[in-house]
Design a protein around this ligand. Structure first.
Ligand SMILES: CC(C)(COP(=O)(O)OP(=O)(O)OC[C@H]1O[C@@H](n2cnc3c(N)ncnc32)[C@H](O)[C@@H]1OP(=O)(O)O)[C@@H](O)C(=O)NCCC(=O)NCCS
Length: 157
């Protein structure tokens, strides 16, 4: 199993199973092509970091995070945009593995705050952030925004 950084614009069509796994139900019934189009449109090569989790040549997980706010190139903050594991491999520790890698990547890039949002109707996402000791940054009616300082967190190797 390896975690591999994708440089440039990812070919989002190759991870449609992962995009479908994380697509919020409240965003409505879009086609796969429409979802891929939205991923491409929302991607900024200058600010976004994408990594795939690969097992036996199959992509089984991915994450994307970005500089935050995106328009401030000097910001020392980051925000997760996506994190997903294919349904058949969820709840086996791979989400923790991916988020740990994401936090380490933020630490290497000297970010001192990582923000991340869970919808309240997503217990897997909430538990993932709690397990890694994120704390609540703010709450909205339908979501929780978490924060962590990547510089001050003990992580497994
Ligand atoms: C959220 C997600 C990335 C977590 O990855 P995962 O590989 O399933 O999670 P892990 O196996 O690493 O488990 C992390 C923790 O969450 C818990 N968990 C995982 N799925 C859960 C679920 N559906 N309900 C409740 N808890 C859950 C695990 O028990 C574990 O808790 P623990 O540390 O107390 O043992 C994954 O479930 C997923 O891809 N979901 C669909 C996409 C999505 O919603 N992404 C999040 C957007 S913010």
């Amino acid at each position: 199993m390896e975690i591999k950084e994708i440089t440039g614009l990812p070919d989002y069509s190759e991870i449609i199973e992962l995009i479908n796994a994380e697509w919020p139900r409240e965003f409505g019934g879009k086609t796969d092509d429409e979802k891929i189009g939205e991923m491409v449109r929302s991607h900024q090569v200058q600010t976004d970091t994408v990594k795939y989790l690969i097992e036996e040549q199959k992509i089984i997980g991915f994450y994307r995070y970005t500089l935050w706010p995106r328009k401030n190139p000097d910001s020392d903050k980051a925000h997760t945009m996506d994190i997903a594991v294919i349904p058949a491999r969820q709840n086996q520790g791979l989400g923790i593995m991916l988020m740990t890698d994401l936090i380490k990547d933020c630490r290497e890039k000297d970010f001192n705050q990582l923000l991340s949002r869970s919808m309240r109707n997503n217990p897997g996402s909430i538990r993932l952030h709690q397990s890694l000791d994120f704390t609540v940054y703010l709450e909205t009616e339908d979501s929780i925004v978490w924060e962590i300082n990547p510089q001050f967190m003990s992580l497994p190797n």
